[in-house]
Design a protein around this ligand. Structure first.
Ligand code: CMP
Length: 134
């Protein structure tokens, strides 16, 4: 099915000047970037997006990191877009992500893992609402 997913190039991707290469990979995969905006994540957006991690040991660092500099917020669409983006991204921990994946090639550590992608069409709808409004 044609799906939408929310994807976000995290502050380390922007800081390390990897935006262009990552966006090129998304386009080459056949997915379509429908919306894209470079800007900061507000503390409110961070809390809403990471509510499931509240209380975990890495939560405070995660909020600090995701609000530490500009990110690229994207709505990506296409056939099986949710799973396709997650395949392109690779494992959550860059140290375990396969070569050729975005995290495998551009990431080094778990806490700064380059890119976010929704884990289901339902999460995508919620996250698109958080970052682009309903
Ligand atoms: P992501 O899955 O995009 O969103 C939550 C982030 O928390 C995750 O990427 C990691 O960057 C970070 N994180 C740090 N430690 C952990 C952990 N033990 N388990 C899951 N995520 C973690």
């Amino acid at each position: 099915a044609i799906e939408k997913t929310y994807s976000m190039l995290k502050p380390d991707a922007v800081r390390n000047r990897h935006m262009g290469e990552i966006i090129a990979r998304i386009e080459r995969s056949g997915l379509t970037i429908e919306r894209m905006e470079l800007g900061m994540v507000t503390p409110e957006q961070a809390a809403a997006n990471y509510a499931e991690h509240e209380g975990k040991p890495f939560y405070n660092g995660l909020i600090e990191y995701i609000t530490s500099g500009p990110v690229v917020k994207m709505v990506v669409s296409g056939e099986g877009a949710v799973k396709k983006m997650r395949t392109l991204m690779g494992a959550t921990n860059p140290a375990e992500a396969a070569p050729g994946t975005i995290r495998g090639d551009f990431g080094l550590i778990m806490d700064e893992n380059v890119i976010h992608g929704s884990d289901s069409p339902e999460s995508a709808e919620r996250e698109i609402g958080v970052f682009f409004g309903a």
